[in-house]
Structures are given as structure tokens and as C-alpha cells.
Design a protein around this ligand. Structure first.
Ligand code: PMP
Length: 440
């Protein structure tokens, strides 16, 4: 395709050969309107579109770019790996090294199985839970997103929430029928369902801190309650840290909330993704040896992947986790706080009621009186917020050169590369975007 086509022309062409012109629905501008921005390159805190326009990026590839885009040492590690072969379909020492790096940060992940996507990580975790317990039913929470496997699409967050869908066509009744969906943060609902059907439930899966219906921080004790109730009924607790893992801190949300030494709770299985692959297709699941060894070839739960533990992805993961030290997390945290403050100031200045909710360095904004007064604890609360204020806000930011996630239900992602210049550009863009939100 010639390089001089406009964004609209490329988009039109893309729509002829790719459904909706995108390979993941969250990239479309469905809820904000307009033409999705086609990107050509990215570096540090910036992305550059095919017309040569540079934006400060607050999407960070939906999480992986913790160190900023194309960190030179990560790129060098991938280039070096590439010279030695793109894919072997045989085990490598690098996979062992990455598993050890993960276990060093999350000791309960005694063994790790690598896959290519977060979807596979949670899907496999469910299969282990069902294999371990001999039970069929799984419990998830409304507004949580765990990838696009059949069992987990009911009342899912992320793109499913953005599109306002209850689930997906093409999921069998049998598959959907084995999934119970409960309101998030509701311990009483969880207790009630276990009192009634506890002996049928294989597992409860939850985002460690939900970030796919906007940020909905777990109320104090909620994750502990999931642990207590599942354990009492012989069900597994699966903590989905695909988005939060290695991003909100060295040991993910679990590390922040439970504490790594003498944790207040530990799930049976963790799902990891995004940062762990440093921007390459890599995800994983981890847990105690007794559970993980249920997987083939040791145990009877089958799971496999031609590209699992791919050497380029593994190299990116090792480089990223090695570079993601305390100083890097401190930088991401500080950048996040700076943007949160600037956002609150801009919205306050024009009198837009709002609530910024956080999970470590992740945050999102909910507009509206109710959200401001009471906060957002459930998917219903998130949907009831003034979502109509987001599209004009989003486009004003984009016009000013700041790329936000194109949905109010997604988190804002900072990186260790968001320096003062990038943060200043965000701060300068916010007042006019806040005015656009106010007049929506
Ligand atoms: N779990 C969570 C919490 C996620 O945020 C995501 C993706 N946004 C997934 C699972 C699925 O990961 P993937 O898109 O790599 O399949």
C-alpha cells in the first residue's frame, strides 16, 4: 500500500480486508467515534501515526510497554535472539530463566507454563481448576475481562463492555451455562452462591484489581474473602494478573495488596501476560507444583502451543523484568500521580464531577455526580456513570497530541519513559479536553 494515503483512506482499505479494520475490537473507535489512528512507530512515551503525527501515548500497548516503547535494551535482546532463530518448537534455557524471574517475584508461582496470550493463560487455568476438582462450574465477576475464551465472555469488561454487549454470539448454551456471573466486590453474593452450589464450583476467577470496566479497586478484604470462601468449599482461586502483573509493582497487585512476605492471601493460580512478554506475544500461568503438574506431559490436563515460550518473546520478557527494578516502578508511579493530579485539577476547574480510581499506578476516570459521591464498586456503577462525557474529552486530547485509550472503560497506562516533557504535554492538553467534557 503506498505510504502517502491519508488515515481515512487506509482505514477504508483496512475495512475491506480486515473486519472493522482492526485485529482487536478495542482498537476501533466504536464508542468515541472517528477514524482509528493507524500507527507507524513508537519510541519511549511516544507513538507516531502513518501521517507522521506524534502523540504522547497513554495506552502503552494496553499495558506491556512498562519501560516505554522500544526500550533499546529490550530491542537489542530481541534482535540478538532473532539472529539465533525465530522459533524452535523445543525447550530453551531462556524459558527456564524467565520462569525463575517470575517465581522470584511471585513465590507461589512455583512452576510456570508459558503461552502466547492472556486468553490462553486464563483458559488453561480454568481447565486445571476443572481437572483438579472434577467440577464444571466457574464463577466470574461482571465487568472483569479475562480474554475471549467461551466460558469467560459473559458480562465481560474491555471491548465487550465498550460495545455494550452481554456476551458473545457463538458461545454454546452449555459453555455459558457453566459460568456464574456475580457483582464485583459483593462478598454476600459470593457466599450465597457457594452456600447453594459450592460442591459444583471448580473455581472463582477475578482480576486482581479490575481494570477493564475502568479501574474498580477491590474493597479491602474482597480478595481475601474470595480466598477464604473458595478454600472452605474446595474450589480454586484464580487471580488474573494479566494486566496488573509486573505493572503495578514488582509482584503485581497481589504483591501490593497481600504482601510478598506472609501474604494475607495467596490464590491457587495466577495468570500473567502483557508486561511479562515485554511487548511480544507471551503470557503464562503459575501456581504450586502440585497443581501445575496436572498439565501435560506430567498430568492429564492437556495444553500446548507451537509458539509457546517463543525465543524472541522470552528474550523480551527477560530483558523487561530485569530492567523493571524499584526505580522503574517508582518512575511509573510518580508519572501516574502527576497525570492524575493534572486531570483532577482540569476537571475541577470546569466543574465536571468525577472520580479518579486507582490500582497502584493504573487509573481511570469516571464522570458524574454519583460516581464522584459514592465511587464505583461494580460494573453497574461503572455503566451508570456519565460515559457520554468521554468521547469529546478523548478527541480533544487526541487533537492536542495525547493518545488515550479509546474507551472510558479502559485504564490509562504510564511508563517509566514518560518524562517531564511528555507529562507537560499531557498537562497542557487537559484543560481544553476538560472543557469539551464539560460541554458534552
Ligand atoms: N486478562 C486481563 C485482566 C486482561 O486485561 C486481558 C487483556 N486486556 C486478558 C486477560 C487477555 O489477554 P490477551 O489479550 O493477551 O488474550
Amino acid at each position: 500500500m503506498p505510504g502517502h494515503l491519508s488515515m481515512e483512506e487506509v482505514y477504508r482499505h483496512a475495512c475491506e480486508v480486515i473486519p472493522g479494520g482492526v485485529n482487536s475490537p478495542v482498537r476501533a473507535f466504536g464508542s468515541v467515534g472517528g477514524t482509528p489512528v493507524f500507527l507507524a512507530s513508537a519510541s519511549g512515551p511516544h507513538v507516531v501515526d502513518i501521517e507522521g503525527r506524534e502523540y504522547v501515548d497513554l495506552v502503552c500497548s494496553w499495558g506491556p510497554a512498562l519501560l516505554g516503547h522500544a526500550h533499546p535494551e529490550v530491542v537489542a535482546a530481541v534482535q540478538d535472539a532473532a539472529t539465533r532463530g525465530l522459533s524452535f518448537g523445543a525447550p530453551t534455557t531462556a524459558e527456564v530463566q524467565l520462569a525463575e524471574l517470575i517465581r522470584g517475584r511471585v513465590p507461589a508461582a512455583e512452576k510456570v507454563r508459558f503461552v502466547s496470550t492472556g486468553t490462553e493463560a486464563t483458559m488453561t487455568a480454568l481447565r486445571i481448576a476443572r481437572g483438579a476438582t472434577g467440577r464444571d462450574v466457574i464463577v466470574k465477576f461482571a465487568g472483569c475481562y479475562h480474554g475471549h475464551s467461551d466460558a469467560l465472555l459473559a458480562e465481560a469488561g474491555s471491548g465487550v463492555a465498550t460495545a455494550g454487549l452481554p456476551g458473545s454470539a457463538g458461545v454454546t448454551k452449555a459453555s455459558a451455562g457453566d459460568t456464574i456471573v456475580l457483582p464485583y466486590n459483593d462478598v454476600a453474593a459470593l457466599e450465597a452462591v457457594f452456600a447453594e452450589r459450592g460442591s459444583e464450583i471448580a473455581c472463582v476467577i477475578s482480576e486482581a484489581a479490575p481494570a477493564n470496566m475502568g479501574i474498580v479497586t477491590p474493597l479491602p478484604g474482597f480478595n481475601e474473602a474470595i480466598r477464604r470462601i473458595t478454600a472452605a468449599h474446595g474450589a480454586l482461586m484464580i487471580l488474573d494478573e494479566v494486566l496488573t502483573g509486573f505493572r503495578v509493582g514488582p509482584s503485581g497487585w497481589w504483591g501490593l495488596e497481600a504482601g510478598v512476605q506472609n501474604p494475607t492471601y495467596t490464590p491457587d493460580l495466577f495468570a500473567f501476560g502483557k508486561v511479562v512478554g515485554g511487548g511480544m506475544p507471551l503470557a503464562g500461568l503459575g501456581g504450586p507444583a502440585a497443581l501445575m503438574d496436572l498439565l501435560a506431559p506430567v498430568g492429564p490436563v492437556y495444553q500446548a502451543g507451537t509458539l509457546s515460550g517463543n525465543p524472541l518473546a522470552t528474550a523480551a520478557g527477560i530483558a523487561t523484568l530485569t530492567l523493571a527494578d524499584a526505580a522503574a516502578y517508582a518512575q511509573v508511579d510518580a508519572a501516574s500521580l502527576t497525570v492524575q493530579r493534572a486531570l483532577a485539577d482540569a476537571l475541577d476547574a470546569v466543574g465536571v464531577p468525577h472520580r479518579i480510581q486507582t490500582a497502584g499506578n493504573l487509573f481511570s476516570v469516571f464522570f458524574g455526580e454519583d460516581a464522584a459521591a459514592r465511587g464505583v464498586a461494580t460494573y453497574s456503577d461503572a455503566k451508570a456513570a456519565d460515559t457520554f462525557r468521554y468521547p469529546p474529552f478523548f478527541h480533544a486530547m487526541l487533537d492536542a497530541g495525547v493518545a488515550l485509550p479509546p474507551s472510558v472503560f479502559e485504564a490509562w497506562f504510564l511508563s517509566a519513559a514518560h518524562d517531564d516533557a511528555a507529562l507537560n504535554r499531557i498537562a497542557e492538553a487537559l484543560p481544553s479536553a476538560a472543557r469539551a467534557a464539560a460541554s458534552a
